[in-house]
Write a protein that binds this ligand. Structure first.
Ligand code: NAP
Length: 504
């Protein structure tokens, strides 16, 4: 069995103590073991700050962009191997694994392009210069400079490649070294990506560290120049925010947590229309892709009351055609949940939702593996607006009027999707639900190869208020701000212009 090591202080280090075992969730075969015990976390952080930070900052944006491009190329060259690891360790179908690995490569490439366009600069101008006094001489300009700490990235289990890459791309481009801590249960993919980067010497010494196994007290060691980007459950997010060092040193924290994403079918949409078919496709894709283990997956399906029975039957009909099984077998359309505890949580979550099961059940699917059938819930209780079931589960919510109020009961979400051709209805809904979301997806049958609401694109922000953690990642150059300090330069215009290399 493979013993995973952490990459810290520029070398691979094995943990001590009792390791955690990583499994194949389809067969329950043990694949690897990981432990972070005995690893000097303070020294790992110090090395990243001391060696990685200065090396990255010296490069400027275009130089750092070239690093991202080389990371993407290395992943592309080993794509098949990474897909196989995602299938074995994540319970991903090949299509799920591509979603993760290709998403990672595309995000690295997108940020490589963003960085190349920023040129050799080592800081970013934020807006235009401002005349501050009566004469043009007294001048101000906002500028962003890289922070001098380390960017700690704590990731969830569901996107081991994309989660690693989407965070690393932005931090490295901004000029901060990264210490990545993948979720232990699915760490094989991020571990292999790190091996590729290290073997091929793609990054300067100290620019990337990897911690496998428990995070221990890593987050408690962060200081004023460090940042933490956390993706995972709301409960862990809350506990992190309460750590004394986080408030004492004003450590910048970004939390991406759970979300009760809604899809709303407009009152104007007739069953069997193209818009209706687009809606059905998006709902079923989100329920079954990665076995519903996507933070952006549709959990609440809002439909006009008069169409509720038709929608229920149509979704059920499509779910009946989804073959659940070992993702290593080609015809499988949905794999298992990632771990035994995820399966137990999802089953328990279905009970918590209450109501009736219009499709599927929580009964065991096979004697081995963490499988569950897709489940469509009808007439759920209030828990549908409070509890995220992180699996292939969605609830049908018929509405008579004002679906926006129902959507907002989710208390903050990553994405809400609307399906309608009625511009006035879309505008009303947009104004009602936009403050509660990070992204609004307007589904339309004419969008070619639409990825649906569940796909996060590097050009647009990802995150959401309230329950979703209050975070914001990606969004093209916007994402860089988290890793940089915005500073107001105030003084003589010629001096500032000279400093910034602008015409006076
Ligand atoms: P989790 O149990 O909260 O774990 C997430 C990560 O946090 C793992 O790397 C975990 O390490 C680490 N961790 C656990 N306790 C910690 C602590 N006290 N301090 C620092 N790190 C700690 O979540 P998960 O089960 O992996 O992921 C599922 C959840 O993530 C779902 O609720 C889902 O909605 C959410 N999610 C959100 C997004 C988003 O972008 N908003 C994306 C994906 C997933 P170990 O694995 O070693 O325990």
């Amino acid at each position: 069995m493979q013993e995973l090591r952490s990459y810290v202080e520029g070398r691979w280090v094995a943990g001590t103590g009792s390791p955690q075992t990583l499994f194949n969730p389809a067969t329950e075969e043990p694949l690897a073991r990981a432990s972070s015990e005995g690893i000097d976390l303070a020294a790992a952080l110090a090395h990243a700050r001391r060696a990685g930070g200065p090396a990255l900052r010296a490069l400027g944006f275009a130089g750092r962009a070239a690093l991202l491009k080389s990371m993407a190329d290395a992943m592309q060259a080993h794509r098949d191997e990474l897909l196989e690891l995602g299938i074995a360790n994540g319970g991903n179908t090949r299509s799920d694994a591509k979603f993760d690995v290709d998403g990672a490569i595309q995000t690295l490439l997108a940020y490589a392009e963003t960085g190349a366009a920023l040129g050799a600069a080592r800081f970013l101008m934020d807006g235009e210069g401002i005349q501050l006094g009566r004469s043009v001489r007294f001048h101000g300009q906002h500028v962003m400079v890289p922070r001098q700490g380390v960017a700690v990235h704590v990731n969830a289990f569901n996107f081991p490649a994309w989660g690693f890459a989407e965070k690393a791309a932005v931090a490295l481009l901004a000029g901060m070294p990264v210490l990545a801590k993948p979720a232990t249960s699915s760490a094989l993919v991020a571990h292999r990506v790190t091996e590729l980067i290290v073997q091929n010497k793609l990054l300067p010494e100290g620019a990337l560290s990897l911690l496998v196994g428990s995070p221990r007290d890593l987050v408690s060691m962060l200081g004023a120049q460090d940042v933490l980007a956390f993706t995972g459950s709301g409960d862990v997010g809350k506990s992190i925010r309460k750590l004394p060092n986080i408030s004492e040193h004003s450590v910048r924290v970004n939390v991406e947590a759970d979300s009760l994403n809604a899809a709303v079918l407009g009152p104007d949409v007739e069953p069997a229309s193209d818009m209706y078919e687009t809606f059905l496709k998006d709902v079923v894709r989100d329920m079954t892709q990665k076995a519903g283990q996507k933070c952006t997956a549709i959990r609440r399906v809002l439909v006009p009351r008069q169409h509720a029975a038709t929608v229920r039957d149509d979704i059920s009909g499509l779910l009946a055609g989804v073959k659940v099984g070992n993702p290593a077998i080609e015809e499988t359309r949905m794999g298992p949940l990632a771990t035994a505890s995820q399966l137990a949580d999802a089953r328990e979550g279905v009970q918590r939702l209450g109501g009736k099961l219009a499709f599927g059940s929580t009964a065991p699917v096979s004697p081995k593996g963490f499988f569950m059938s897709p489940v469509l819930v009808e007439e759920p209780g209030d828990a549908v607006h409070k509890h995220e079931v992180f699996g292939p589960v969605a609830s049908l919510l018929p509405y008579a009027q004002e679906p926006g109020g129902i959507v907002a009961r989710g208390n903050g979400g990553l994405v809400c999707s609307l399906y309608s051709d009625d511009a006035a209805w879309i505008e009303e809904m947009f104004l009602c639900i936009a403050p509660h979301h990070g992204r609004i997806f307007l589904g339309h049958p004419k969008i070619e190869l639409s990825p649906g609401p569940g796909t996060v694109l590097p050009q647009l922000v990802h995150g959401g208020p309230g329950r979703a953690g209050g975070g914001e990642e990606l969004g093209g150059p916007r994402g860089l701000a988290f890793y940089m300090q915005r500073v107001a330069l105030e003084g003589s215009r010629p001096v500032i212009s000279k400093l910034l290399g602008k015409p006076a």
